[in-house]
Design a protein around this ligand. Structure first.
Ligand SMILES: Cc1cc2nc3c(=O)[nH]c(=O)nc-3n(C[C@H](O)[C@H](O)[C@H](O)COP(=O)(O)OP(=O)(O)OC[C@H]3O[C@@H](n4cnc5c(N)ncnc54)[C@H](O)[C@@H]3O)c2cc1C
Length: 255
């Protein structure tokens, strides 16, 4: 079973985001594997443990992304591919086109990705990749069972649970609850240093002669409005009620 995971390196969800010159500042920021992609890596490893085969992790991004790929290798993936792309304005069209160009030269049974990235949150890249490769996909899966050339998945359909059958090769995106990702072990970290790690330039990819420049342009980026500090109303219940109604009507203008 040739299993691939497309993973993105994202900001640590604990990081405080700041904006400089219209872009998110990356100086001193801690990066992690996108949490949904960690579920994808874990699922790939579990499927390999049951069915045999190999797990390859693939990411598009700048050189710093190597750290996320090495973490996946330390978790147990067999091989990592970094498609080097330093353009921070890349959009889902560019990223999925680069990934598709890579996958067109690979023999794969299953591609796993995350339901969405916690920093940008487009939920597009994986689905676009499935479309470009002309393979079926199921998003937000919470269970995956593979039998020969067919998969049965349970997916989270906005709170309802849907079970579907899909013929392989296929692409799946992982929802929270799919599994509990393992931590890299110390021997895993040591072994990861010796595992195959390939860095590719976009021009080395087959069929990338076509236009892959972003199709969208971000024209503005702003942080959410700062939350006002809470206020404690004083006085009798009647006085507090009158004050509350006054504030809701005249300050927040919600009634
Ligand atoms: C601050 C910032 C700086 C960035 N700088 C760069 C840069 O220098 N170079 C660059 O190439 N991109 C960069 N990007 C990433 C790029 O903009 C996004 O990866 C791309 O537009 C995908 O959209 P998304 O993040 O909303 O992912 P979504 O579409 O929400 O992701 C869904 C799933 O698709 C897969 N996926 C998403 N992105 C990738 C990826 N890059 N590689 C492999 N799998 C992926 C993952 O499985 C993910 O869970 C940057 C993003 C941010 C927020």
């Amino acid at each position: 079973m040739n299993i691939f995971v497309i993973l993105k390196q994202t900001f640590d969800t604990e990081e405080k985001i700041s904006i400089q010159d219209g872009k998110i500042a990356e100086d001193g920021v801690k990066f992690i594997i996108n949490p949904y992609d960690e579920y994808a890596v874990e699922e790939a490893l579990r499927q390999k443990e049951q069915l045999g085969g190999s797990v390859t992790v693939v990411s598009v991004g700048p050189a710093r992304v190597a750290e996320a790929l090495r973490t996946a290798l330390a978790m147990g993936a067999d091989e990592a591919i970094l498609i080097q792309n330093d353009d921070s304005e890349s959009d889902e069209f560019t990223i999925s086109s680069l990934l598709a160009a890579y996958f067109r030269d690979q023999a794969f049974d299953v591609i796993l990705g995350g339901y969405f990235s916690v920093d940008n949150g487009a939920s597009q890249t994986a689905v676009r990749l499935a479309r470009l490769l002309d393979i079926p996909h199921a998003s937000a899966i919470t269970h995956l069972q593979i039998t020969s050339n067919q998969a049965t998945v349970t997916r989270d359909a906005e709170g309802d649970t849907e079970t579907i059958e899909i013929r392989l090769p296929a692409l799946f995106t992982a929802q929270q609850g799919l599994n509990e990702p393992r931590y890299p072990s110390l021997p895993g970290i040591m072994k990861a240093k010796k595992k195959p790690f390939l860095t590719l330039e976009p021009k080395q990819l087959h069929g990338i002669e076509a236009e892959i420049a972003p199709k969208t342009v971000r024209t503005a980026l702003s942080l959410p409005a700062e939350r006002k500090s809470g206020r404690i109303l004083l006085g009798t219940i009647q006085e507090q009620t009158v004050e509350l109604v006054h504030l809701l009507r005249n300050e927040d203008k919600v009634i």
